[in-house]
Design a protein around this ligand. Structure first.
Ligand SMILES: *Cc1c(COP(=O)(O)O)cnc(C)c1O
Length: 964
């Protein structure tokens, strides 16, 4: 073998993750720079980024480590968490994710790398999964309509309050009643939200509702201490007084309990966690939200509906609220954007897999074991407080501390309440050995209970549920919930749905602002570890040192990346981060006697969540115009800042702007706002252009959210999960959200939390931790550089064929570019939607449509794409441009061509009838690539208008799929 001149160390660089994450290698980079007329990356960056904001040094982060090393470290760290038998309950329960779902959905990039189904023709799989979830929620709760998930139970409760306020036109009160038996973390988030909407929250015993004049009430069923009581009369009396009632509830309990819908509830909400999704130290989990018929069209969040395609076949799509915030901005019904699609899909599949009988069996088992436990404890002279319960008992004990020691020694976590009482919740994972062990822990070794004998005794009596609360109605009756109970059937169902969806496993997804980059397998591995997944968010601090350490380290890295002083991991999405950040600003201003400041300046180009979040923080939005080059009009900003100087609270800036350009004036914009006493919120969704190159904390930001599901590699999951931690400057640190269950360094301040769990969706934080650790400072910077290079390369290649809307001072874009379709539309009738659908025939997902400018497409390639893939995409776009040219030149009819008829399905191609003026090959196999590997849209173009007019959000009957 010939001598190899490389050093031993160099031979190890082959393991570097950086080159696996970044798609463009040195040779390709060289060619691409050449194409752009730049001598070096340094020159490109000098031209693209204003010099006055450039970071002078490399970030201070440790050297990058290999994938194996990252996993070894993480395993060592998370291995210090203690996995217990958890009976804490309080909204989080043990559950078993069926292995067929774990391997084929949670651990499968075909599911987790997809985007929100804005392009329904290539998303029918997850749309069906989400429709199953909605149907499951509607069935279990007995409500008329459910959405496709919210972020968590507590924010769902806050949304319920806001919905009652919006919808209740008969009762003008500004007070909201919350029964004192709801989970403490739910109450806390409701209080945060109420305070900033100017609503009063009255917390009192359920029975006192009659005494108050309120527009709505929130009650829980079963209650937080396990009690079950019929709510029917209460709801009826509330309605008589024009009070709307929202019921927080539990899906598993509803298999045995009369559903809230049958008791007249207006809204039902809760967490779908215990339908197969691990606790994960707090999330991610799908919250559910369901309403009665009257509230159908005011539902917050995304709703999947049934429409039809151009051939009249049933086809699914997101109904009504598609891009709602972008249209309604500060008048939007909520700021929810990213939700919990992947987790909703998993919960829906759990219901599909178990079916009505399986769910009933699990619920019955849990209830029966709780009865055995209650009975055994009572016989042992323990005071069990609740007579009626589903799965949770509350005990009065003399010495909770000793009990805690004994329980922990035996591996059990119970809920130790502040008032000294002890809660025990049972769940799907509870075994007979657990019951034995709990008897021993609570009653001593000599308890003498024979579980089988107690069970036999109890079977002679009725369930421990109030007779009027026992469920009579059936649920999960749709055939989907009965068809896939064998593993073979389930596996094939999951695969069939997956195959309908285009994800990153097929092609680049160039969605501007969404940063669809690599979600590396190594980053995903820890999610399946029991020491990450099976940790209760309210476990004692001593049991979770691994989690706390990982969160602290990730926080430190993000501080370094952003230039801020502190990080809060609580917000579960970018939009929640915006809300938490704006509240930090408002609370800070109150603390210095400037609480009257309430004007929020927002550029016209902003993402729709910005004004929606500002409205939730009771701010008044004043729009700042953009100039002809897409930059913030600094004169207009100056004028508006002056005009509102006395009341100016903040500006919300996105940087680089949503126009895809590093604006020169960003420092100046921040200065203007600061001069007028305002704070600067920088929307960090576009951090992918900045990491290692510039830092919002350096050029004027006071607070930013980071979309960890964009820049920091958490997969989009088909519309969630996400994480939107916020970074703040020191003066805002004291105003970050706190939490009723404080762990680590947080302190508790009521009414400041924005999520159910202290650290949001902690289970997915190791993804971002691993990404940063494997990239190191150099890798992160090179990723940003490659993202900028790739975007400029695409802009350059397309600019001969399309007009690139905005560019910086030297003609460059940042990490994304906008192409203008309006001139083409004028000349040919073809619009951005036709191009989006035609791209499907070429095997691609469309870029972002009509955001931030109507009639445009925004392309963000990210650093993870190779030059080969960028070229493939550009060639598809260029070929489509030729097809448009043929229309412009009159060679092809404007109303019957390969674009307006796109996308084309297999059925179109193979049907005997081919009435179109172009060939089948041109329709479906326009490139060599499509001939080798074809991705087929599963339906033809979906009719949006029809779907909204005929709102159907439940699983369609099988007959609907039959040909007439
Ligand atoms: C994605 C995005 C948001 C919202 O983030 P979510 O996590 O979806 O709530 C806000 N601003 C911009 C510019 C974004 O691209």
């Amino acid at each position: 073998m010939a001598a190899d001149s490389r050093s031993l160390n160099e031979l190890f660089t082959h393991d570097a993750f950086i080159d696996r994450h970044i798609g463009v290698d040195a040779t390709a980079r060289h060619h691409m720079l050449e194409a752009l007329g730049a001598d070096s990356m340094a020159e490109l960056l000098d031209h693209a980024i204003p010099p006055d904001i450039r970071l002078k040094n490399e970030l201070e982060l440790a050297e990058p480590v290999s994938e194996l090393e990252a996993l070894t470290r993480l395993k060592g760290m998370m291995g210090r968490n203690r996995v217990m038998r958890n009976h804490i309950g309080a909204g989080y329960y043990g559950t078993i994710m069926p292995a067929v779902i774990a391997r084929n959905v949670l651990e499968n990039p075909g599911w987790y790398t997809a985007y929100t189904p804005y392009q329904p023709e290539i998303a029918q799989g997850r749309l069906e999964g989400l429709l199953n979830f909605q149907q499951m929620v509607m069935d279990m709760t007995g409500m008329a309509l459910a959405n496709a998930s919210l972020l968590d139970e507590a924010t769902a409760a806050a949304e319920a309050m806001a919905l009652c306020k919006r919808a209740n036109r008969k009762n003008k009160s500004s007070a909201f009643f919350v029964a004192d038996h709801i989970f403490p973390q739910t109450l806390d988030v409701v209080q945060t939200r109420a305070k900033w909407l100017g609503l009063e929250v009255i917390v009192d015993r359920l029975e006192t509702l009659e005494q108050y004049d309120v527009f709505g009430a929130l009650v829980q069923y079963p209650a937080e201490d396990g009690r079950v009581a019929d709510l029917g009369d209460l709801i009826e009396r509330a309605h008589d007084r024009n009070i709307m009632v929202a019921v927080a509830t539990d899906l598993l309990a509803l298999a045995l309990l009369k559903p809230p819908g049958e008791m007249g509830a207006d809204i039902a909400l809760g967490s779908a966690q215990r339908f197969g999704v691990p606790m994960g130290f707090g999330g991610p989990h799908a919250a559910f939200f369901a309403v009665n018929d009257d509230l159908k069209r005011s539902m917050p969040g995304r709703v999947i509906g049934v429409s039809r395609d151009r051939h009249g076949k049933p086809a699914l799509r997101m109904a009504m609220q598609t891009r709602e915030q972008h249209i309604r901005r500060e008048k939007a019904t909520s700021n929810i954007c990213t939700a919990q699609a992947l987790l909703a899909n998993i919960a829906g599949f759990y219901a599909v897999y178990h079916g009505p009988e399986g769910i009933r069996t699990i619920a019955t088992r849990v209830h029966r074991m709780a009865r055995i436990l209650a009975h055994g404890l009572k016989v042992g002279q323990i005071n069990v407080e609740n007579e009626h319960f589903f799965d949770t008992l509350t005990l009065r004990v003399d010495d909770a501390d000793t009990l805690q020691q004994r329980a922990e020694a035996a591996g059990h976590n119970l809920r130790y309440r502040e008032d000294g009482r002890v809660g025990i919740s049972l769940d799907e994972t509870t075994t007979l050995q657990d019951l034995e062990s709990l008897f021993t822990v609570i009653l001593g070794d000599q308890h003498g209970h024979d579980i089988a004998a107690i069970d036999a005794e109890l079977q002679k009596t009725d369930a421990q549920l109030p007779p009027s609360c026992q469920r009579q109605s059936s649920f999960l009756t749709h055939p989907t919930f009965s068809r896939y109970h064998s593993e073979t059937e389930m596996l094939r169902y999951l695969k069939r749905l997956e195959n309908r969806d285009l994800s990153l496993t097929h092609a680049m997804i160039p969605l501007g602002s969404c940063t669809m980059k690599l979600n590396a397998t190594t980053e995903m591995v820890p999610l399946s570890w029991t020491e990450c997944a099976d940790i209760h968010p309210f476990a004692p601090e001593s049991q979770v040192p691994g989690y706390l350490k990982m969160i602290e380290e990730l926080g430190d890295y993000l501080v370094e990346v952003t230039g801020y002083d502190a990080i809060s991991m609580q917000p579960n999405s970018g939009a929640q981060g915006e809300y938490a950040g704006l509240l930090a600003i408002r609370r800070y201003q109150q603390s210095i006697d400037e609480g009257h400041r309430h004007i929020c300046l927002i550029p016209s180009s902003a993402h729709g969540t910005n004004p929606a979040s500002a409205a939730m923080a009771s701010m008044k939005v004043v729009v700042v115009e953009c100039d002809a080059n897409g930059n913030i009009d600094l004169d207009d900003l100056q004028a508006k800042a002056e005009k509102h100087s006395a009341d100016l609270s903040a500006i919300m800036l996105t940087y680089p702007s949503t126009h895809g350009v590093f604006e020169e004036g960003v420092r100046r914009a921040c200065e203007i706002v600061h001069q007028h006493g305002g704070q600067v919120y920088i929307d960090g969704a576009n951090m992918n252009a900045q990491v290692g190159l510039c830092r919002p904390g350096d050029y004027g930001g006071d607070v930013s959210h980071l979309n960890l599901h964009k820049t920091f590699c958490i997969p989009h999951g088909g519309g969630g999960p996400g994480m939107g931690p916020i970074g703040v400057k020191a003066h805002l640190t004291a105003h970050l959200p706190s939490h009723v269950h404080c762990q680590g360094k947080t302190r508790f301040e009521p009414g400041t939390a924005v999520a159910s769990a202290a650290f949001g969706s902690a289970l997915i934080l190791p993804i971002s931790w691993a990404y940063i650790v494997m990239m190191g400072a150099r890798g992160l910077r090179e990723a940003s550089e490659a993202a900028i290079l790739n975007a400029n390369y695409v802009a350059h290649r397309l600019s001969e064929h399309y007009s690139v809307l905005y560019r910086g001072r030297k003609g460059h874009v940042a990490h994304e570019c906008i192409i203008d379709i309006r001139p083409l539309k004028a000349a040919s009738g073809i619009d951005e939607e036709d191009i989006a659908k035609r791209l499907m025939d070429y095997g691609f997902h469309a870029p972002t449509m009509s955001f931030p400018v109507a009639g445009t497409l925004m392309i963000e390639p990210t650093e993870s794409e190779s030059r080969h893939e960028l070229d493939r995409f550009c060639e598809a776009m260029i070929a489509i441009r030729q097809e448009i040219r043929a229309i412009e030149q009159g060679d092809v009819a404007r109303d019957n061509n390969v674009l307006v008829n796109a996308p084309h399905t297999q059925f179109d191609l193979y049907s005997d009838d081919w009435p179109w003026p172009y060939s089948r090959e041109q329709a479906a196999f326009p490139t060599q690539d499509t001939k080798t590997a074809k991705f087929w849209p599963s339906v033809n173009r979906v009719d949006n208008v029809y779907g909204d007019r005929n709102l159907i959000c439940s699983c369609p009957s099988i007959d609907d799929y039959r040909e007439d």
